[in-house]
Structures are given as C-alpha cells and as structure tokens.
Design a binder for this molecule. Structure first.
Ligand code: MGD
Ligand code: MGD
Ligand code: SF4
Ligand code: MO
Length: 714
C-alpha cells in the first residue's frame, strides 16, 4: 500500500507550523516540518511531531457519550441532539436564555469551525453568558491596549530582525516561541541571531529562564511587581530626558503619566520589586538609548493580579521611547482587515456586565473565574447549562475544586473534547472532538496575527475515526433542532462560508487562491504605519494615563507600602514545558521529555532552608484556599521568595467508561482563589499567588486526591 502525504499545518499554537504528514494503512507514520512552507516550519517542535499519538490514542472519545449514573454509554449524534435540545428547551423556557453558558478553551479557539459555531450558537440562543480563556491568558493586555489605543484586539508584533534591544518581561520564548497575540515565526532563533550581532536582550523574570540564559542582562523582580519596575524605568527615562515621542499620533495625559512616575521615590519602587536601583537605571538607559528597541510583556505579569497596570506601563514605555509602529519596535500587522477578522472570527460582541460580580466582559467574554459563582448563585440568569468546547478550566483556571463542584450541580453539562478530563468528569454528554489533522479549514483569525501577509488553509491529513463528525456540525444540528438561525441567517452554516465572509472584509485574497497554495502563500510585503493610519482614521489619540488605570496604580502603590512592611511567605509562579500545551499533551509528548517533572516545586536554596526542606523531599505548598504536596527541587535559577509550579499538569484522563486511567502531576491552580482578581482585567492571581512551604509527611499530590493514583510523571 502506498503512503499518502499531506501538507498542512499544526494547530496547537499560534505558530501554525507547516507539516508534512505521512499516513500508511490508516495510521500516521510520520510528521515532519514542511520545508516548502515559506513561513513557519522552523518552529516545528515535539508537540506537533507527536500529534499522531493523540490522533490514535486509545483514550480518545470516539462517539457521543451519555452519562448513566457514574459511567457513560455510547450513543448516536441523533440521540445527543434530541436529548440536549429537549433539556435546553426546558431550561430556556423556565429560566431564559441566560441560564445557558459557554466556555471556549484555548484549543477551542484554535479550531475555527468549533469556535465560530460554539459562539454562533450561543449568540443565536441570546445568552450573554460567554466565558473565555482570555481571562486566564491575555485580558491584561487587551484592557491595556483597549484603554490606550481603543483597540482591545491590537496585535503589536516585535520587529525582531531590526531591533538593537529586546526587553522581555515575563515571557520565555525559548520554550513558548513568541506566540501570544501576534506571532513571529522562528522568532526565538531570529532573536538569537540579533544578539549574536550585538543586540541587547534584557530579560525580566523571577526565574533565570532558558531565555534569560541567552540574554545580556537579567532582572529578577518579585512576582507580580513588574509594574513597580517599569514605573521606575519610566521615571529614570523622564528624569534623564531620554524620551522620544512619536510624531504620527497625538498623546493625551502624558503629563499625568510623568507626574505619576515621579510621585514615588526610585528607592521605594526598587524596594517593591526588589531590583537594585542601579540595575533599574542601567536597564532603562540601555532600553531608552538603543537606536531601535521594543518592550514585550506577556503572560508572566499578565497572569498576576497587577497585570493590567504592568501591561499599560510596558506599552507606555514603548510609546514614550518611540518604539511603536517603527522598525525594530512593535508594529501592527499589515492586513487592513486583520483587526476586523480577528474580532469577528473569535469573539462575540457583548457588553453586558456579569450578573453576580457586575464585571464588564473583555473582548466579549466574561472571566472564567466568575463561572462557579454564576452557577451556584440563585437568581434570574443563574447558569444551569454549560457548553464546554475544547478547554479544561478545572485545571487551567482558578480554584478548580470549587469549579468542579459547581459543574457537578448543573442541570446540563455538554463537553466537546478529544478526551474526558476532570472538567468533563461530570458531563451529561461528551461530544467527540475532531483532531486538527482531521480537519480541513482556514483559520483566518489566527492567520490575521501573522507578522506578514501569509495564509494557509489546513488540509485533512487523516480521516476521523468512523462516526466522529466535525464539531461544528453538532452546533449546527442543535441550532436546527431548536429552530435557531445561525449568524443572523446571513451566512451559510459552514465554516468555509464564515472564512470567506471574513476574507471579503479585507478583499486582499480569495479562497480559491489560498486553497491552491499547498504550502501556504505569502501575498504581500510587510509594511508599517498601520496603527497610526487607524488612529488617524478613527480620530483617536493615545491615552497615556487612562483614569481607571491611574486609580488602580495609586491603590497598588499604597497596598505595596503595606505589603513591604509585612513580609510573608513565598509567591508561586508558573512555567511551561516543551512537550506540553497548557494542560494537554501530558498523555503524549508531555511525559516523553525527560526533564519534565510534573509534580515538582522549584525553589531557591534560601527558601528551602527556611522551609526545612531539601532536594528530593516532599513539601506542602499551602495558600489561602488549599494545599498540595510537591517534590522539592532546589534551584539557584529561582529568585528568593518565588517558587515555581509548572502549569497545566494534573489533568487526569478517564476511559470511556468514566473510570480514571491516568493522573499525572499536581493541580497547582487549586491554590488560586477565584475571587482575588485584578479589578481591571478580571484575571485571577495565577502568578504571584501567596503561599507557604513546609515539609510534608505524605506523598506528592493533591490533598483531595487518593495518593495511590498519583504518579510523579518522571
Ligand atoms: N511548549 C509550550 N509552548 C507554549 C505553551 C505551552 O504550554 N507549552 N503555551 C502557549 C500559550 S497558550 C501561551 S499564552 C504562550 C505564553 O507565552 P509566555 O508568556 O512566554 O509564557 P511562559 O513560557 O510561561 O513565560 C512566562 C514567564 O513569566 C515568568 N513569570 C511568572 N510570573 C512573573 C511575574 O510576575 N513577572 C515576570 N516578569 N515574570 C513572571 C515565568 O517565570 C515564565 O518564565 O506560550 C505558548 N507556547
Ligand atoms: N497557573 C497557570 N494557569 C494557567 C496558565 C499559566 O501560565 N499558569 N496559562 C493559561 C493559558 S496562557 C491558557 S491559554 C489557558 C488554557 O486553558 P484551557 O483552554 O481551559 O485549557 P487547556 O489545557 O488548553 O484545554 C485543553 C483541552 O482541549 C482539548 N482539546 C485539544 N484539542 C481539541 C480539539 O481539537 N477539539 C476539542 N473539542 N478539544 C480539544 C484537550 O483535550 C483539553 O481537554 O490556561 C491558563 N492557565
Ligand atoms: S506546537 Fe510546535 S509544531 Fe505546533 S504550531 Fe506550535 S511550535 Fe509549531
Ligand atoms: Mo495561552
């Protein structure tokens, strides 16, 4: 039998690496980088390489599964649609459409058909109860650029090749690969080339990361204190007259920003972030006086409780040193339609505040940290049904234990996933996910984040297991059963029709041309100045000191003064691992990479001594809301006062009968409160979580979990 070879791209992270997939007798035998793909293949990594193991995993959900008591029975799609439609009718008739909610996870967002139809279905139903993973990923950035530029979806790509100084704040691209709200293919290696040619790389991270190891300067602030560090840098820049303002756009409230920066003594700001004054001065000097530079903050500060202010100040740093929309700085990708496309393709347009806490949605979604309370708090609009599409918030979001209990109390929980994990454990229905290698689709939304005009349509590399249908058809059929018209009846109910309508917004390239290009197509030159053109067209100025941010910063300065006088335990931060994608792939590449201990806590020798623990011991990590036990790894790479727990581990897998078959690692987000949110962004304190460490008398694992089920994953 001959092999069949398909050229497509990976859908696991924004890099969308070109793949060459070989299938023999119905099985994937190799996945290689598609070197004819002009754009992205150089990032190709173990996650894409081992995607075939996910496709062929024996734990995959391969037919709709219906809950009977504590286990599941296989059912047909028709039975699923009939039952779910009937239950929804009852719920909506009784409680109204806002009793139905949705959660779209990260892989849900990477799945064009699923994202479009999940959102489209819930919008057609008329609910505002849409929860998204942005609140545990990027909200801090969205609210900051929204307040400054009027564009929550603004992607500002770092122009790595032309930069003389990269200031990286809470990002580890040596592992994560420069893909967060904009992407630079092969960005890490391109940056290494620049450094070799003499560029500065200043890394701000409480851990001496793989990225910091290649840097020219490393600053290790206290977790969640980047705002103080960046404010101090602004102060130094203003005091030395190093600012250089952009001429293409008008700035408002710059005087307020300057006054704020000068309002706190440099020594005090240095004491808050615990970075020496001289180091701050030097970093500010290098950044501000470099000919071309960019500052880039990502999830490190973004997932703390002070993230929105940190992101605002970082962007302000770029603006006052003229690093925006210029060579070597941060630029808006040159798709005239990129913003429209991205917004329209992934997010609904909702402005309704949340019922229980009264918080505004960000990019159209409520914070996932609000979901448990929305489910358990009685009253009109109480959530009674939930569609969970390609996400695992019990592991990925705050207070997973509380959320799991809330999910268990729903009248209807429908999960669409490749596997049954703990978020799906109490689902009434599990609808099979279709692996990305089984999907032919054009994800215009993610492609709109490219650093240059490039696009590729994914192709089907292998057929789905018999009977597994595209996920979007589930929502299409459910809408039909309920008599709902999707997309306002304006677009045919097919993902290609949605893609085409989005492509038409820009009118730059058509579907036929894209489909004909097996390895993707570059269709224009990279140009800059698009942000300024947008600001000009919309008559906007850049707000350098948005009032809500100023008020919050003032409050933080006061809080910090108190916190400094009251030394506490340690603060937890996260790290990503090569073989994992957030909480999935543990079952394949996650534990295939030897350094990837799932159940360890990394801490500084000083903190280990204080806690009375040594390398290899087990330690209890206790926060305000819970405790876990982890294996100690003493490491000089972590600054004192910070401890590192890898995020994403701890997702158990269940087999088709509902019994648990595998548990790897610890569920660190069970230590994070779902009420202690950044008031500007509604992000829980996933980084900077306060905790104490002490010697454990029992084995590694979660307190609520039978230790016998726990493996160390090494
Ligand atoms: N291999 C792999 N790659 C991935 C992913 C994955 O799970 N695995 N996930 C993808 C996703 S969804 C995203 S959003 C991107 C994210 O991409 P990044 O934002 O680069 O994510 P991380 O690699 O976690 O880097 C965050 C860094 O912030 C540091 N940090 C933690 N708290 C603080 C703080 O308070 N201040 C500062 N300055 N630093 C802090 C951590 O030590 C860590 O090194 O990565 C993507 N790429
Ligand atoms: N402490 C801490 N917490 C974090 C982070 C951190 O750095 N620290 N990072 C955060 C970030 S950046 C993110 S993006 C979130 C992610 O948060 P989530 O999106 O909620 O979590 P994931 O682990 O990505 O969810 C993956 C689920 O999607 C399923 N899946 C994979 N592919 C498909 C598919 O094609 N179809 C369907 N239907 N399902 C699929 C997987 O089986 C898995 O169950 O986690 C956040 N949580
Ligand atoms: S997971 Fe790896 S192979 Fe897949 S797109 Fe991301 S970097 Fe590329
Ligand atoms: Mo993310």
């Amino acid at each position: 039998m001959t092999d069949s070879v398909t050229f497509t791209h990976c859908h696991i992270c924004e890099q969308l690496c070109g793949l060459e997939v070989t299938v023999r007798e119905g099985r994937i035998v190799s996945i290689r980088p598609d070197k004819q793909n002009p754009h992205s293949w150089r990032d190709f990594c173990i996650k894409g390489q081992r995607a075939g193991e996910v496709v062929h995993s024996s734990w995959r959900v391969i037919h709709p599964m219906r809950r009977r008591g504590d286990s599941y029975v296989a059912a047909s799609y028709e039975e699923a649609i009939d039952d779910i439609a009937a239950r929804l009718r009852t719920i909506v008739d009784r409680d109204g459409p806002n009793a139905v909610a949705g959660y779209l996870g990260n892989p849900g967002g990477f799945n064009f058909g699923l994202a479009a139809f999940h959102n489209g279905f819930l919008q057609a139903l008329g609910t505002h109860q849409l929860f998204g993973m942005f609140s545990i990923d990027s909200n801090a950035y969205h609210v900051a650029v929204g307040a400054m530029f009027g564009l929550e979806w603004l992607a500002l790509i770092p122009d790595i090749d032309a930069t003389d100084c990269a200031l990286l704040i809470g990002t580890n691209p040596a592992v994560s690969k420069f893909c967060w709200l904009g992407k630079v293919p092969n960005g890490w290696r391109r940056l290494l080339d620049r450094i070799r040619d003499g560029a500065d790389l200043i890394v701000v991270d409480p851990r001496f990361t793989e990225t910091a190891a290649k840097g020219t300067m490393h600053l290790a602030p206290v977790p969640d204190s980047d705002w103080a560090l960046v404010l101090a840098m602004l102060q130094v820049i203003f005091a030395n007259g190093w600012e250089s303002l952009p001429t293409q756009a008008r700035l408002t409230s710059l005087a307020d920003l300057k006054a704020l920066a000068a309002s706190v003594a440099l020594e005090d700001l240095a004491a808050i972030c615990e970075v020496p004054v001289e180091t701050i001065r030097e970093a500010a000097r290098r950044f501000a006086t470099a000919e071309r530079a960019f500052a880039y903050a990502a999830t490190g500060p973004g997932l703390g409780r002070n993230g929105a202010v940190a992101h605002w100040l970082t962007m302000a740093l770029n603006v006052v040193t003229n690093r925006v929309d210029v060579a070597g700085g941060r630029y808006m990708p040159n798709w005239p339609m990129s913003q429209a496309i991205y917004k329209a393709s992934v997010s609904p347009d909702s402005t309704v505040k949340s019922r229980v806490r009264g918080l505004a949605p960000v990019v159209g979604f409520h914070s996932i940290a609000e979901l448990a309370d929305e489910i358990t708090t009685p009253g009109e609009g109480q959530v009674r049904a939930l569609f969970m599409s390609g996400g695992n918030p019990v592991s990925s979001s705050a207070d997973g234990g509380k959320l799991a209990d809330a999910l268990g109390s729903l009248d209807l929980l429908v999960a669409i996933d490749l596997f049954q994990r703990e978020s799906q454990q109490r689902a009434d229905w599990i609808i099979p996910g279709q692996h990305f290698l089984e999907r032919g689709e054009l994800h215009v939304g993610i492609h709109a984040l490219n650093d240059r005009p490039y696009i590729q349509s994914a192709r089907v590399a292998i057929e789905s297991p018999p009977g597994v249908r595209p996920e979007w058809t589930f929502f299409r059929d459910l809408a039909a059963a309920l008599g709902l018209s999707l997309f306002g009846g304006q677009i045919a109910p097919h993902p290609d029709a949605v893609s085409e309508s989005l492509l038409a917004i820009g009118g730059q390239i058509g579907m036929e041309t894209i489909r004909a290009a097996e390895h993707g197509i570059e269709f224009g030159e990279r140009t800059m100045g698009h942000l300024w053109a947008f600001m000009d067209r919309s008559g906007r100025t850049i707000d350098m000191a948005p009032p809500a941010f100023v008020a919050r910063l003032r409050a933080m300065i006061e809080e910090a003064a108190i916190a400094c006088a009251d030394p506490h335990g340690v603060r937890i931060i996260s790290r990503r691992r090569n073989g994992m994608m957030n909480g999935w792939l543990a079952e394949t590449s996650g534990y295939a990479t030897p350094d990837e201990t799932a159940s360890s806590v990394e801490l500084n020798p000083e903190d280990a001594r204080t806690a009375g623990v040594a390398d290899g011991d087990d330690a209890v990590i206790r926060s305000d809301i819970g405790e876990i036990v982890a294996r100690v790894r003493v490491s000089d790479a972590v600054r004192p006062g910070a401890i590192v727990l890898a995020q994403g581990w701890g997702a158990p897998l269940f087999d088709a009968d509902g019994a648990e078959v595998s548990r790897i690692g610890i569920e660190r987000n069970k230590l994070v409160s779902d009420t202690d949110l950044d008031p500007l962004s509604a992000v829980p304190r996933l980084n900077g979580t306060r905790a104490t460490v002490s010697r454990a008398t029992r084995r590694v694992g979660n307190s609520k979990v039978d230790p016998a089920l726990v493996t160390t994953g090494t």
